[in-house]
Design a protein around this ligand. Sequence first.
Ligand SMILES: Cc1cc2nc3c(=O)[nH]c(=O)nc-3n(C[C@H](O)[C@H](O)[C@H](O)COP(=O)(O)O)c2cc1C
Length: 224
Amino acid sequence: MSTQESGFRPLSGYQEYSLDEMKERSRLFYENMKRRRSVRHFSDRSVPVEVIENCLLTAATAPSGANMQPWHFVAVSDKAMKKQIRDASEKVEREFYRKQAEQAWGKALEHLGTNAQKPFLETAPYLIAIFAQPYGISPEGEKIPHYYVTQSVGLATGMLISAVHNAGLVSLTYTPGDTRFLNDMLSRPPHEQPFMILVVGYPAEDTEVPIIVKKKLQETANFI
Ligand SMILES: Cc1cc2nc3c(=O)[nH]c(=O)nc-3n(C[C@H](O)[C@H](O)[C@H](O)COP(=O)(O)O)c2cc1C
């Protein structure tokens, strides 16, 4: 991978808007993003692979520490593989709910109505397994240091979630506690760390989502 070509070129992609347009665009983007919700009931309707490819291309435009792009995405639509991921995840989940249900974390999840059953891992047309690469490996087999890996993969994931929403699909950030089984299952090298599974597709008919409240601007930001 050549991420370090040298030299400079004009900032050709930048677009400035009038102040009115800028205000309108920022408001409309917020209005659009505000409609995004994590969905836990998926339809089995298929999604064109081109849409998934475009969303992954969008994710890969994310900024990353020293432009190392320390991520890898595995888009799984194969039914047998989805079942394997579901079975392995539910095994981990059963243990989690057995141990944590009475603990603080378990309590914090109560309002979401989740349990160890994860049928959406088979129903949804795509599971995108996201891996973080703490370091890269050169063609000569040498370790290439990566920087700010968690921040970079988090940003790419956020952009992926936004791209999926923008395409008119829904997603769920799914993080069963121990996902090391994904490396073997999806043939990823052992040094890559499973970051999360993004479940992608159409919502099931009449899907309900938990009633939640987002913090107000004054609670999440201040201006100095
Ligand atoms: C890092 C991260 C991990 C999450 N893991 C899970 C999960 O394993 N299972 C699940 O049902 N939801 C999971 N969620 C979804 C959150 O519960 C959800 O984002 C939150 O309740 C807010 O709801 P919203 O996404 O609809 O705004 C996760 C979200 C994030 C950001």
